[in-house]
Design a protein around this ligand. Structure first.
Ligand SMILES: O=C(O)CCc1cccc(O)c1
Length: 518
């Protein structure tokens, strides 16, 4: 790279969100610079859960097969109340799966990050500097200048846009004085990862468990292979530093295991927080991942949320940098990133906090009331909640004006009949804007003005689906067409040709001369 190189996008931080951003931006042919303080992938897993939405993004990056060995379907999570009775169950969404992947999964983070980095390394237009530190960020109206310290030697990097994926303590966010809003959750917990041997595995529950016990709420998650994670709430008199010493940690695990049953992988005390950045954009700088939000882990959404962020932002940056949209429309499109993601993060965090309130009730009387209420709701039968039903849709931002309940949801990814073997829809149709129509629609003429939009008619010979996932979706939402964004969210739907024409007109207005995003 020459000294005068001006990158399209610089990314500070090369965890999962930074790596996915680098891949998605790089695949669009943009010149991307990435810097990261650590030389190697962080060897300890932090995230453990991965949703189908994220696998669909990994599919776009071409890494689904490579990550498969490090993933397993999530077991059910059983919630046990004060007297050890089952009060609630978190489950897998039923098949056929809407996104073309197992909906909820557990995974091992370090090798998955290696896979993402290997993919990025195939992109000649992405330059990655590892073991360097961003010491100064200086945005202006045309771009951003970064000062990078390379082991005592300083260099300057210039980019048109900056994405800060630099974690909860985000130096970019701090230097630019971008405040966080406190969503009112702050509790000390110990997180313990154990590689359990066969003798230990035989003693453990066969589902993940939420122990909703007032004296010590805690969680056990079944990770891939012999990885088990405990999250143990700490009492006010417990010292977070002490409990992470191996001897003390084993004492806390003694209900389940002894040191003969496995090996501690990591034990760290954390404060579980709920925080969201007030502004996600400052001019040409965007916050993403933990730099933009932190949520308690009760639904395993930390990494998923970061990847949702960069997936949302990457296609918008691509559209603007290619000149597909210009002027105010381009600014509105970039603004829509924070508008959409902040609202989504706030809503999901509030749902996660609600799950946390069920788990963390410390008052035994109230905890008993909770148990009775949960059981009474369903006539004494334990309610199954598919985890994916808790993930909200987009409610605001670059969405059509119609208010169908399909708008802002993820469009399904059906399997399509092919001569050799069925293929997932995106493998055939790509990940740009797509107008997908149900078999019942006969377009008398292609909607006008849909440049750069692929038109996909399901159940035609080219797109005959194998399981009826999309057909069922159209029936459920009482529509026959959906305009789908590059991040797979539904811009809007139509039930008639007239509605379709309005949908397309509305989209064209938004993408060419609208000033509104919300
Ligand atoms: O979805 C579930 O059943 C539990 C998800 C989860 C993952 C990681 C930590 C945690 O407390 C919960």
């Amino acid at each position: 790279m020459s000294k005068e190189m001006i990158y399209d996008v610089a990314i500070v931080g090369y965890g999962p969100a930074g790596a996915v951003a680098a891949g998605l931006l790089g695949q669009q042919g943009l010149n991307v610079y990435v810097c990261e303080k650590l030389q190697e992938v962080y060897a300890i897993p932090r995230a453990i859960a991965m949703d189908h939405e994220i696998l669909r993004v990994f599919q776009q990056l071409g890494v689904v097969e490579a990550v498969a060995p490090f993933m397993e379907p999530f077991t059910d999570s059983e919630y046990f109340g004060v007297d050890g009775q089952l009060i609630k169950r978190m489950t897998m969404l039923a098949a056929p799966y809407p996104q073309g992947f197992t909906p909820s999964n557990v995974f091992t983070q370090p090798p998955v990050e290696e896979v993402l980095r290997a993919r990025v390394s195939q992109l000649a237009n992405v330059h990655v500097d590892l073991g360097v530190e961003m010491t100064h960020v200086d945005p202006d109206v045309d771009g951003v200048t970064l000062k990078i310290d390379e082991g005592g030697k300083s260099k300057v990097v210039r980019a048109k846009y900056l994405v800060a994926c630099d974690g909860g303590s985000s130096p970019v966010r701090t230097q630019l004085n971008m405040p966080l809003e406190d969503l009112d959750f702050d509790e000390p917990w110990l997180v313990v990862d154990v590689l359990v041997n066969e003798q230990g595995l035989a003693k453990l529950p066969k589902t993940s468990v939420q122990y909703c016990e007032p004296e010590r709420p805690c969680t056990m998650v079944i990770g891939p292979k012999n990885h088990r994670r405990w999250e143990i709430s700490l009492r006010p008199d417990e010292d977070p530093m002490e409990v992470q010493k191996p001897g003390e940690t084993w004492k806390l695990l003694s209900r389940w295991l002894t040191p003969q049953d496995g090996e501690l992988w990591r034990q760290s005390s954390y404060r579980f927080h709920a925080l969201v950045a007030s502004e996600w954009r400052q001019g040409r700088v965007f916050l993403a991942g933990d730099a933009a939000h932190m949520q308690p882990p009760f639904l395993g959404q930390g990494m998923c949320q970061g990847i949702r962020d960069v997936t949302n932002l990457s296609w918008k940056l691509g559209s603007v940098l290619r000149g597909d949209v210009q002027g105010d429309v381009a600014e509105d499109l970039l603004d829509s990133y924070g508008i959409e993601r902040k609202a989504h993060v706030r809503e999901l965090t509030s749902r996660i906090k609600h799950v946390g309130e069920v788990i963390c009730e410390r008052d035994p009387v109230k905890a008993r009331e909770r148990d009775s209420k949960l059981l009474a709701e369903w006539g004494g039968v334990v309610k199954d909640t598919p985890r994916q039903d808790i993930i909200p849709k987009l409610e605001t931002g670059l969405l059509s004006r119609e208010t169908s309940n399909a708008r802002g949801t993820l469009f399904p990814q059906p399997w399509i009949h092919q001569a050799g073997a069925p293929q997932r829809m995106d493998a055939l149709a790509g990940n740009g804007w797509r107008l997908v129509t149900a078999s019942s629609v006969e377009l008398s003429s292609a909607p006008q003005g849909l440049l750069n939009v692929s038109v996909i008619s399901l159940q035609t010979p080219a797109y005959s689906e194998t399981e009826g996932v999309a057909a069922a979706w159209f029936r459920r939402h009482e529509c026959v067409a959906a305009l789908v964004r590059p991040d797979n969210y539904v811009f809007g739907t139509a039930a008639t040709e007239e509605e379709l024409s309005n949908l397309v007109d509305g989209w064209l207005t938004r993408m060419t001369n609208s000033k509104e995003v919300a």
